[in-house]
Design a protein around this ligand. Structure first.
Ligand code: MN3
Length: 202
């Protein structure tokens, strides 16, 4: 199915001073738009235009003949998810999600430390995720475009760690970008909805 570039769920300047309008303009209008356009073309070329983007990501993963299709499909999906993982409102995890962060990850401070360390430890480009795997919260980083759904993990939260996500605002300071993301930008109600959805039988 043709994939549509979504509008950002907030104004370009809404995340300032943490992420500048200039970063979001380039990141959404140039980078994300290009992945979406490439994906739609490559899915058509591969005769997979009737599949959902998740089906394409799974089917094309680890297939050397379809690596371009896989990478563009996953990047199209990952960026849409990433926009929704952020909000200009400062939010906190509540209820069951807060309890699970405590029981599975040792609480908020431990979560932030582990997430930041995973993000700064990811060599080169990629994504850092909070996922649900067999009912347990886990922090993982993936390289380049890889989406955890190919490992049967359900994404609940992601942070883009490609340099284009933070270079204009933080230069090489990926750790500072991670601190800001963790302390000011996460849309916890969105994360809670992903957790709720993950518990529904497929
Ligand atoms: Mn990006």
């Amino acid at each position: 199915m043709a994939y549509k570039l979504p509008d950002l769920p907030y104004d370009y300047s809404a995340l300032e001073p943490h992420i500048s309008a200039r970063t979001l303009e380039f990141h959404h209008d140039k980078h994300h738009a290009k992945y979406v356009n490439n994906y739609n073309q490559l899915a058509q070329d591969a005769g997979m235009e009737n599949k959902s983007i998740e089906e394409v990501i799974r089917a094309a993963y680890d297939n050397p003949d379809l690596s371009k299709l896989h990478n563009n499909a996953a990047q199209a999906w990952n960026h849409t998810f990433y926009w929704n993982c952020m909000t200009p409102q400062e939010t906190q995890p509540e209820g069951e999600l807060a309890e699970k962060i405590k029981s599975d990850l040792g609480g908020m401070d431990a979560f932030k430390e582990a997430f930041k360390s995973s993000a700064t430890g990811q060599f080169g480009s990629g994504w850092t995720w909070l996922v649900l795997e067999n009912g347990t919260l886990k922090i993982v980083s993936t390289s380049n475009a890889v989406n955890p759904i190919v490992f049967n993990q359900t994404p609940l939260l992601t942070m883009d760690v490609w340099e284009h996500a933070y270079y204009l605002d933080y230069q090489n300071g990926r750790g500072n970008y991670a601190d800001t993301f963790l302390n000011h930008l996460i849309n916890w109600p969105f994360v809670a909805r992903q957790l709720e959805a993950a518990k529904q039988p497929a």
